[in-house]
Each structure stands twice: as structure tokens, then as C-alpha cells.
Design a protein around this ligand. Structure first.
Ligand code: KIV
Ligand code: ZN
Length: 527
């Protein structure tokens, strides 16, 4: 294969839309902006910023991303209804390069059980919606939801109709993660042979991971001519998630000659971006996660270690630094200066301005007073925590706990609210964490159900910092919070308070109890 055969594949990131639909992964507007900026730095071509008709909060987040993040195309999702499309378009007002993405289910299962619509009605609605979207925006994507379970002939009919109506990208989703690489290759080949003018639009692929084949199915579609891949950071998304950006991008990069395509992703920014999304969503990166997991570059067996010492390529198909995993054994401590600290932060892939660096450095000094040695994991946690405050409304002013074997633990918490309220509350419980969380619940008066409480160490040594991950259910939705401290009771309490803040912010932004899943409902006949 010659370099002239190398084609370009657009990376369409939907972490802020499909990724956010993952239970417990909802993000505040500020968090979405931080992720969007990181995605722009990573080099994604398109950011799907949200689903503006879902709630006022979603609309505001899309509008903020559209105003502030300029380099990539900013896309907003809409159902096939005039009201949805107009709402999405109004949110995109500030975007330098806006895209409208309209979708409508096409499979028999969805037509019969969800939409109660006949085939010709589906085509009419899709065409009217694409035409309306095109009257507003030059860049319009159409997705036949559940395409992989749609009758091939009918799918081709729908795709032909929306191409003729002016869609500039046609996306083929495997909405329920049902297809296989071979089958999806055939679907794409069939459509390319059958639909007139499909070569003049971008053909896109969108896969879910229910059977663990999202990346393989996406790669197969690329082989069959797809030139846009829809994916999410860490593969987060509905149910088992979406095609993972880091995996699909590295597969295309490492096997460039096999696929004959390239992307514009700055692969060295992959790990910092994944870490950022993990800390914001509270979804830890599994140790054995391909490309970015802690074990992805660890070699345990003697044979492998021996090979690695001889030549890294014996057991490594990519280098940790290729994905931005710049681990070092350099340990920082209380005598380390601002300069050394700044260098370390940069090597870890974070770009901080002087003011942000100053704030992290102050925390670094405070931590270094308590903890002798600071490792990469500690520094990463400090940066992500300083960057990642939900911004209230509640803050922890004081926490005191006592516990002894065989007795109930006691906790006193002092909380402050941005509206000026100041509450002190005491409670007892089964251990200091339980007592402190009960005190917070009583102080705030919010009925929540603690679903999960996990603690893990972010670095090494006896005085390692503990990261607490708290999962809570409230109003039928799942919320996650995470916090890091050398004191695990404190990190648990801070993580819980982060959850409380998320619930309050989410209520303020008018979020419905459960965001409608893509296509779970449709405004009948509204187009
Ligand atoms: O999975 C799906 O079908 C979707 C569409 C809205 C593209 O997310
Ligand atoms: Zn999806």
C-alpha cells in the first residue's frame, strides 16, 4: 500500500451526548466545557455537545460549548421534529462550525412497538426533518436509529431519501450493539453499492458495546468505506457503552498500513483526556482497559520482562508515551520547587495557566507537608481536583469524627451554602463514614440512597492518598462523585458532598428525572 492510499477518517466524539447518557455520568455545564476544551486539544473533528431539547441544562451546555470551543465542528442532536430541530439550532447560535444531527428509528421493532408508524411515514418524516435542518444549517447529519436491525432494502431507501433531501453525513448506528464485524461490513458495502450519491456525503459509523464488539464493528465499517467514526472517551455511554475513542484511534494508528487511513488525533493527549473524563464522571478506568489501563504497559511474567529488557518491541506494540502515559519514577516532596512541579505537571499532559498552576502548587505544598513522597498519581489527582470543583453550592467547612471498637461512631459536619446558610449537624452511625454521611443527609434534608462506596489508592506507600467514589440514587437517577485525600473519611465525605451538589445543580437546570434515551420517545407527527 502506498502513502497515497491513506485516507482521512473524521473522529466524531459523543462523550458529552451519548456518553453522558451512561447512568451516573451526568456532567455540569462547567465540566462539559472542560471536557470539550480537552477534546479540541486532542484534535477531534466533531464534538456532539448534547441534546438541547432534553432539558434547559442540556440546551445551556450546548450553547456554552458552541460559544467557547471553536476549532472542531459543534454538533447538536435532535429528534425528527421541527421543535427539536429549532431548539438544537438555537443552542448552536454561537458556533463557528455548527452541525445539526437528526435521527429517527427505522427498524421494524421500533416502527411497530415504539413509533407506530409505517415505512412511508418514516421516510416522509426523515425527509421533512432533513430539509428543515438544511434550511437552517449547511452541515446536517442523519441517523437511522437501530439501522443494524433494519431490513437492508428499507435502510437503503431511507438513506437514499435523506441523501436526496440534502443530508451531508449519513450515520449508520448499531444502536443496541447487535451486529458483527462481518455483517456490518456487508451492510456498509450494500449501502455504498445501492445508494446513488452516497460517495458525495460522509458515511459514518456509530456502535454500542453490548456484545463487546463496538470497536471491531467500527473498524470493519471503516474497511468498508466509513470515513467518520462516532465514539466516546473511555467508551462511556448507554448500557455497556459506545465505541471507545482511544481504542479505535490507536487501532487505526498502530495498524495504519492495514487500514490505510489516518486521523488527526494527537495521540499523546489521549491519556490525560481519559483521566479527566474519568475523574469528572467518577467512572474509574479499569486496570486492564486496552490502551490506557494501569496494566496496559505492565509486564509481569519473567519471560516478558526479559524480552522487554532486550527490546521493548518484543512485547509492546505501542509505547506508553504514544498515548500520553509519561510515567516516571521521579518523586517530588516538600523541597521540590515550583519549576520542578510545573515540569512534572506538563509531562503528565496537563496544560495549566499560571493562576491554575499556583492553586495546584499551594495544594501540593500542603499535601507534601503531610505526605513524604508525592508520586505521579498524587500530582494527577491534585490537578484534576483543583480543576474539577463542581463549584458548590455546598462546601465542607469542618469535619470531626470519633470512633472506637464496639461503639457507634460520631460525626459533626459544618456545611456552608452559597446562599449564606451555615449548618452544623451531628449524627452517629456504623463507622465514621456512615456517621458523617448521615449528618450531611440530615443537614441538607435530601433523601438519597447510597448505592456504592468505593475507595482506592491513587499512589504508593503507607501514606498514599485514597480516592473515594460514591454512587447515589436520587429522583430515579444515578449520580457519582469522587474525591481524593490522605484521610479516607474526608475523601468519602467530600465525594458525597460532590454528589449532593450535582443533584442540586441538576434540579436547578430542569433536568428530567431520567434523560430520554436517544430515540426513546418521539414527538409524533411534529415534523
Ligand atoms: O445509538 C444510537 O442510535 C444513537 C443515535 C442517536 C445516533 O445514539
Ligand atoms: Zn448511540
Amino acid at each position: 500500500m502506498s502513502p497515497h492510499d491513506i485516507d482521512y477518517v473524521k473522529i466524531f466524539d459523543t462523550t458529552l451526548r451519548d456518553g453522558e447518557q451512561s447512568p451516573g455520568c451526568s456532567m455540569t455545564r462547567e465540566e462539559k466545557l472542560r471536557v470539550a476544551r480537552a477534546l479540541a486539544e486532542l484534535g477531534v473533528d466533531i464534538i456532539e455537545a448534547g441534546f438541547p431539547a432534553a432539558s434547559r441544562g442540556d440546551w445551556e451546555s450546548v450553547a456554552a460549548v458552541a460559544r467557547e470551543v471553536q476549532a472542531p465542528v459543534i454538533c447538536a442532536l435532535a429528534r425528527c421534529s421541527r421543535a427539536d430541530i429549532d431548539k438544537a439550532w438555537s443552542a448552536l447560535e454561537g458556533a463557528a462550525r455548527p452541525r445539526l444531527h437528526v435521527f429517527l428509528a427505522t427498524s421494524a421493532i421500533h416502527r411497530v412497538h415504539k413509533l407506530h408508524m409505517a415505512r412511508d411515514e418514516i421516510i416522509r418524516m426523515a425527509v421533512e426533518s432533513v430539509r428543515h435542518a438544511r434550511s437552517l444549517c449547511d452541515d446536517v447529519e442523519f441517523s437511522p436509529e437501530d439501522a443494524s436491525r433494519t431490513e437492508l432494502e428499507f435502510l437503503a431507501e431511507v438513506v437514499q431519501a435523506v441523501v436526496d433531501a440534502g443530508a451531508t453525513t449519513v450515520n449508520i448506528p448499531d444502536t443496541v450493539g447487535y451486529t458483527t464485524p462481518q455483517e456490518f461490513h456487508e451492510t456498509f458495502t450494500f449501502l455504498r453499492n445501492r445508494v446513488r450519491g452516497l460517495d458525495r456525503v460522509t458515511l459514518s459509523v456509530h456502535c454500542h458495546d453490548d456484545l463487546g464488539m463496538a470497536v471491531a464493528n467500527s473498524l470493519s465499517a471503516v474497511r468498508a468505506g466509513a470515513r467518520q467514526v462516532e465514539c466516546t472517551i473511555n467508551g462511556i455511554g448507554e448500557r455497556a457503552g459506545n465505541c471507545s475513542l482511544e481504542e479505535v484511534v490507536m487501532a487505526l494508528a498502530v495498524r495504519e498500513q492495514a487500514f490505510g487511513v489516518r486521523t488527526d488525533i494527537d495521540t499523546q493527549r489521549i491519556y490525560p483526556t481519559c483521566r479527566l473524563v474519568s475523574s469528572i464522571t467518577g467512572m474509574p478506568i479499569p486496570r486492564n482497559k486496552a490502551v490506557i489501563g494501569e496494566n496496559a504497559f505492565a509486564h509481569e511474567s519473567g519471560v516478558h520482562q526479559h524480552g522487554m529488557l532486550r527490546h521493548a518491541s518484543t512485547y509492546e506494540i505501542m509505547r506508553p508515551q504514544d498515548v500520553g502515559l509519561m510515567r516516571s519514577n521521579l518523586v517530588l516532596g516538600k523541597h521540590s520547587g515550583r519549576h520542578a512541579f510545573r515540569e512534572r505537571v506538563r509531562e503528565l499532559g496537563f496544560e495549566l495557566d499560571e493562576e491554575e498552576l499556583g492553586r495546584v502548587f499551594t495544594r501540593f505544598k500542603a499535601l507534601a507537608d503531610r505526605k513524604k513522597e508525592l508520586f505521579d498519581g498524587d500530582i494527577e489527582a491534585l490537578v484534576l481536583q483543583v480543576e474539577g470543583d463542581t463549584g458548590g453550592p455546598w462546601t465542607l467547612e469542618r469535619l470531626a469524627t470519633t470512633s472506637a471498637t464496639g461503639e457507634d461512631a460520631r460525626a459533626i459536619v459544618e456545611l456552608a451554602h452559597v446562599d449564606g446558610r451555615h449548618i452544623e449537624q451531628a449524627a452517629s452511625g456504623d463507622g465514621p463514614v456512615d456517621a458523617a454521611l448521615t449528618a450531611i443527609e440530615q443537614a441538607i434534608g435530601l433523601p438519597v440512597r447510597l448505592h456504592k462506596f468505593e475507595v482506592r489508592s491513587v499512589s504508593e506507600g503507607e501514606d498514599a492518598q485514597g480516592e473515594a467514589l460514591v454512587t447515589v440514587v436520587c429522583d430515579g437517577r444515578t449520580y457519582r462523585g469522587c474525591s481524593v485525600s490522605t484521610n479516607i473519611v474526608e475523601s468519602g465525605v467530600r465525594a458525597f458532598l460532590e454528589v449532593i451538589n450535582r443533584i442540586e445543580l441538576s434540579r436547578q437546570s430542569g433536568r428530567r428525572p431520567r434523560q430520554p434515551t436517544a430515540g426513546a420517545s418521539i414527538i409524533q407527527g411534529a415534523a
